[in-house]
Design a protein around this ligand. Structure first.
Ligand SMILES: [Zn+2]
Length: 463
């Protein structure tokens, strides 16, 4: 009896050992293929420099969709197709400016030009709005001021992201409600416009845009983000001269919603063709900068996973889908449409991996999964250790894949060394030059490694 059990244990370790050895060789091959012959950096250069910014609904987003389809087709997967997605259509327009006069050290009034940019979805000013500015740091401060002191003025939410938080994503999450709800909250007290301090940890003069959401039934007022430097300056000038008049001009416009598409490439699985592993990022970006980190990086990394699997002659057991989602930034239409279609088709989705945290050095994975799946993931730590992929943080994944949540699916987000992500995020500084080739490639190799392990091992449904 003892002997039989011992033999069973030895056989188990022998088989597991062989499996780990085989997997270790494959992970090494994946890294070698991408680090020596990777094409993701060249693809990112084209996406950023050849196409540039690609706000959903824009002509350049349509160009990016055509480029994505063509680039995936060149890798010759089993199929490439477009999934129609309805997206908003909003334009920033040509003019956006903020000016006021402030007392200089010599006692003279000097004009100040403010680095600002409209928040995504903002209404325009219809000419120039000139009004006094009232500065607050929170919704509570706004409420305390009340209509009497806010009506007819511009509300300036001067709230920075919490620099004491090591997880910059959490710091962003903490400041995010001001951008999303600030304009409608200010409008409830009769404000004529809303300014916010940009959501960034950098101390520079780049304003950072991002979506704002107007509340139904509340007057829509124009809204813009000021750079960190401009916010500090305005705050200082308001203390010296509380009655200063701010001139705001924004020429944004909204148009009817329009049709664009998710781009999808598939390699059919040999053992489980009806079970899907989705790998993706979002093809749209904000309309300033080049969307290099957010999320050009995730797009070219996802394409690179497919290219590396093809180059290595890897035939997956499950069907692998590369998805270039459209419109994450402005309503998550691509992710929601993809999940809705999956449900309508009764598709079995076992795992999804997204890269949308910037093209920085990977350090592991955010994961949204059950305990049994988490134990399995942890058992791979010996394989992931040589690639510094040991950080497994539970609870997160990616905005585009989150609508797939439910049932058996395990969701993953590529986790990176993200201290600088919000320096670039949604700004004119999110350009190709700020992405490092090697870090980008390591991220692609990390995604391919995880996809390979999930595909080989299968994904347990429950404990
Ligand atoms: Zn993003």
């Amino acid at each position: 009896m003892m002997k039989t059990r011992l033999t069973t244990i030895l056989v188990f370790f022998f088989v597991t050992g062989i499996a780990q050895e085989k997997d270790s060789v494959m992970l090494s091959k994946i890294h070698e293929e991408i680090l020596l012959r990777g094409e993701c950096y060249d693809n990112l250069r084209y996406l950023c420099k050849g196409i540039g910014q690609r706000l959903a609904g824009s002509e350049s987003a349509a160009k990016a969709i055509s480029w994505g389809k063509k680039t995936l087709e060149e890798i010759q997967p089993d199929s490439v197709y477009l999934m129609p997605v309805e997206v908003p259509h909003w334009t920033r327009g040509k003019h956006e400016s903020g000016t006021y006069s402030a007392m200089a050290e010599d006692g003279q009034l000097k004009p100040v030009s403010v680095a600002l940019t409209a928040l995504g979805g903002s209404v325009g000013t219809g000419g120039t709005i000139t009004a006094e500015v009232v500065e607050v740091k929170s919704f509570e401060e706004l409420q305390a001021l009340g209509e009497e002191r806010v009506k007819g003025k511009i509300v300036f939410f001067n709230k920075a992201m919490d620099a004491a938080l090591i997880n910059t994503g959490a710091a962003y999450g903490g400041a995010y409600p001001i951008r999303g709800k600030g304009p409608s909250e200010a409008a409830k007290y009769g404000a004529v416009a809303c300014l916010i301090r940009s959501l960034t940890l950098a101390d520079d003069n780049y304003p950072h845009t991002g979506a704002t959401q107007y509340e139904e039934g509340v007057v829509r007022i124009p809204a813009a983000a000021l750079s960190a430097v401009a916010s500090r300056q305005l705050s200082k000038d308001l203390k010296a001269n509380p009655g200063l008049k701010f001139n705001l001009e924004l020429s944004c416009e909204a148009f009817p919603r329009t049709m664009q598409a998710n781009v999808i490439a598939e390699i059919r699985g040999t053992a489980f063709p009806d079970e899907y592993i989705t790998i993706g990022g979002h093809l749209d970006s904000w309309d300033i900068g080049e969307g290099a980190h957010d999320d050009g990086a995730g797009i070219v990394q996802s394409i690179e996973v497919l290219r590396a699997f093809r180059a290595l002659g890897y035939q997956p057991r499950h069907t692998i889908r590369i998805v270039l989602f459209i419109n994450e930034e402005f309503g998550n239409d691509g992710g929601q449409t993809y999940a809705r279609c999956a449900k309508e088709q009764d598709e079995i989705h076992v795992a999804a991996i997204e890269s949308d945290a910037g093209g920085f050095s990977p350090v592991g994975f955010e994961c949204d999964l059950n305990d049994h799946q988490y134990e399995l993931l942890k058992s791979w730590s010996g394989l992931f250790d040589p690639y510094n992929l040991l950080r497994l943080r539970r609870g997160g994944s990616g905005v585009d894949i989150r609508p797939l949540k439910g049932g058996r699916i395990a969701l993953f987000g590529l986790s990176v060394e993200g201290q600088r992500y919000f320096d670039y995020h949604h700004s004119n500084n999110d350009i190709f030059e700020n992405v490092n080739k090697r870090e980008l490639e390591l991220g692609a190799a990390a995604m391919a490694s995880l996809a390979y392990m999930l595909d080989q091992t299968g994904i347990p449904s429950e404990k």
